[in-house]
Design a binder for this molecule. Structure first.
Ligand code: ADP
Ligand code: MG
Length: 615
């Protein structure tokens, strides 16, 4: 007797499973709905969210709308108006084409659609919940389409619980909106969240759009790019080298107006800036590549942010030369030899063949990723300053015990202190060496310790700043030339709010007219840093920290300063510096983890090593 055990999944189950691929979080819904609105030719798109999209996501567009049949069809899986045969995939110009977004969204939320075409008198109103069709009626509505998505994952509590807090989810939504809004500057976008208008981006050109996202100041920090070959057209804006920042923000690639991620092309950008910006500095870029869709394969990832070119080495080289040339024109890179780039004839590749480089030779097997990991620091080591960094630490450590604390606590601390002192002394006697400019290797108690140099120093700096009290305020060293900094309105509010904390930590900062501050002094050890960039990235980290965790101001600021002023990977450390670093690490309250909980030390047991060799 044989029992059949295979059965087709019911549609709603299949839809729910497939939805997992398309809809990970509210931002994925936003992306799909915005793209549909753009594909429908809208010139005005309003996005309304409540509770970071968890309660409500609504997209209202003035596009071409749908007729009663299409309105119902649009929710079917593989229902699309955008392609009709597999060949069409190679000539795609729309955002969507898989016809799965609406089916997927309707499988995991309560969805309402109102839509009307220009020549129709009444529109269509459809309600679908968890793939279940509820009703379709006629309604009064403006020409265009409005999708309302309520209670995402209402029928999959596990997925709903998996969502992050509102700040994080809203940040994802804003990211998606920006990725769509930057290339479509002819469309007016509005974002409203919990009743407040958060973004209002009127139609205009690319520079208008970038300015309305980042502030007018950005204009003087950007160089325009325009490069045309038969194979690919490159346009957009990149940071002037002096305007490079310490965090990776605003790095956008758009291929045929679609946002994509591509580490290979990202590397090309950094290659173009090589020697123009410091180690750990990052350019902003808004780069648009246009090429014949037949040279692209977008369909390698369901959410379509990854992309493959038929000849990515050529795109790489073209990008490097386009950026160098743009920076050169902006007079930012007078020392670069442009002749080499100019002699490369990119147009010769238009006949679909691999480019042959007639005038310069390049290594075809060159892999730009090989050298990333162990790239050495461009900054020279400055031992003197590095050591000074700890002067305050040494003297303040140990005598900051609160006298009101109970005796036993003090005793306990003293014992710990002694232990740490011994550890520190031993560590100083050990030999330490550096691995790959990233790890410090040493031994302790017959165990091998691998210490992450950046995290270790971040911990040390963090505790150094954290232990600062009003009485042990960090001395500020006056700058030779006070520096004036300009901020966005938001950052200005933030820094004003943090002024007292900054002062405590040795930053002598005061307001100086509208949205600007003047820095008169910094902690002595930061004199070598680029003040503007450092403060900018400190604020950035501070803001990120407020998203991820609830921290008090002082703690948060200490974390942010430590993170942005600590020794980085890639820094060559002298033997003495390594020993001091290890010593100071063992002097920390918690040498094992960074403030954000990342592991600092890996310890390999002697017996484990022994076991290994018994095999
Ligand atoms: P795809 O975009 O891949 O075609 P979707 O599931 O996102 O698949 O949408 C299915 C179809 O519904 C689209 O092909 C389009 O014809 C129609 N549609 C979706 N959103 C809109 C809209 N805002 N305005 C007009 N038509 C739309
Ligand atoms: Mg779509």
């Amino acid at each position: 007797m044989h029992t059949n055990i295979i059965a087709l999944l019911p549609d709603h189950v299949a839809n729910q499973i497939a939805a997992g691929e398309v809809v990970q979080r509210p931002a994925s819904v936003v992306k799909e709905l915005l793209e549909n609105a753009i594909d429908a030719g809208a010139t005005h798109i309003k996005l309304i969210i409540k509770d970071a999209g968890k309660a409500l996501i609504q997209v209202i567009d003035n596009g071409k709308g749908m007729n009663p049949f299409d309105a119902r069809m649009s929710f079917e899986r593989h229902a699309t108006s955008k392609i009709s045969s597999a060949d069409d995939l190679f000539t795609l110009t729309t955002k969507g084409f898989r016809g799965e977004a609406l089916a997927s969204i309707a499988a995991v939320a309560q969805v309402e659609l109102k839509t009307k075409q220009e020549n129709d008198v009444v529109g269509q109103h459809i309600i679908i919940e968890g793939s279940k069709f509820i009703e379709q009626t006629e309604c009064q509505t403006a020409t265009g389409t409005s999708f309302t998505v309520k209670n995402l994952f209402f029928n999959i509590p596990a997925r709903r619980n998996f969502l992050k807090n509102d700040q994080v989810e809203q940040k994802h939504i804003i990211d998606e909106l920006e990725r769509v809004a930057i290339p479509h500057t002819n469309i007016h976008f509005i974002l409203q969240s919990n009743g407040n208008e958060i973004l209002n981006l009127p139609a205009g050109n690319l520079l208008h759009r970038i300015k309305s996202l980042l502030g007018n100041y950005i204009q003087k920090e950007l160089a325009p790019i325009a490069e045309n070959t038969d194979f690919v057209k490159v346009s957009g804006f990149v940071s002037l080298p002096d305007a490079a920042i310490k965090t990776k923000k605003e790095q956008y690639f758009f291929v045929n107006n679609r946002f994509i991620k591509n580490p290979f092309l990202n590397h090309a950008v950094y290659e173009a800036y090589k020697e123009l910006i410091g180690y750990q500095s990052h350019p902003r870029y808004f780069l648009f590549l246009e090429l014949d869709p037949k040279h692209i394969d977008i369909n390698i990832h369901p959410t379509k942010t990854e992309i493959k070119f038929t000849d990515d080495r050529m795109v790489y080289m073209l990008l490097v030369s386009a950026i160098k040339r743009a920076l050169g024109k902006a007079n930012a890179a007078p020392s670069i030899d442009f002749d080499v780039e100019q002699s490369l004839d990119f147009n010769s590749a238009s006949n679909n063949r691999i480019v042959t480089a007639p005038t310069i030779s390049y290594d075809k097997n060159y892999n730009p990723f090989h050298s990333i990991e162990n790239k050495t620091n461009l900054q020279k080591t400055n031992k003197q300053h590095w050591e000074n960094l700890f002067d305050g630490f040494k003297s303040s450590n140990g005598n900051d015990l609160n006298s009101t604390k109970e005796q036993t606590v003090i005793e306990q601390k003293n014992i710990e202190q002694q232990v740490f002192q011994t550890l520190k002394k031993e560590a100083l006697e050990f030999s330490v060496f550096q691995l790959n400019l990233k790890y410090l290797i040493t031994t302790f108690n017959n165990n091998v310790l691998v210490i992450d140099q950046q995290r270790a120093h971040e911990r040390i700096m963090y505790e150094f700043y954290l232990n600062t009290k009003a009485e042990t305020k960090i001395a500020s060293q006056q700058l030779l030339f006070a520096e004036q900094l300009e901020f966005s309105a938001n950052d200005f509010n933030l820094i004003t709010n943090l002024m007292a904390e900054f002062k405590l930590l040795g930053f002598d900062i005061e307001p100086f007219g509208k949205n600007s501050m003047v820095v008169n002094g910094t902690p002595a050890d930061l004199q070598d840093f680029n003040i503007a960039q450092t403060i900018d990235s400190i604020l950035e980290t501070y803001k990120l920290n407020t998203i991820d965790a609830k921290l008090e101001k002082h703690d948060n600021l200490c974390r942010a300063i430590a993170k942005n002023t600590c020794i980085k990977y890639g820094k060559v450390l002298e033997t003495d510096e390594m020993k001091q670093l290890v010593g100071h690490l063992f002097n920390c309250e918690n040498p094992m983890y960074t403030a954000n909980g990342k592991v600092i030390i890996m310890e390999t047991n002697y017996t484990d090593i022994d076991k290994f060799f018994k095999r």
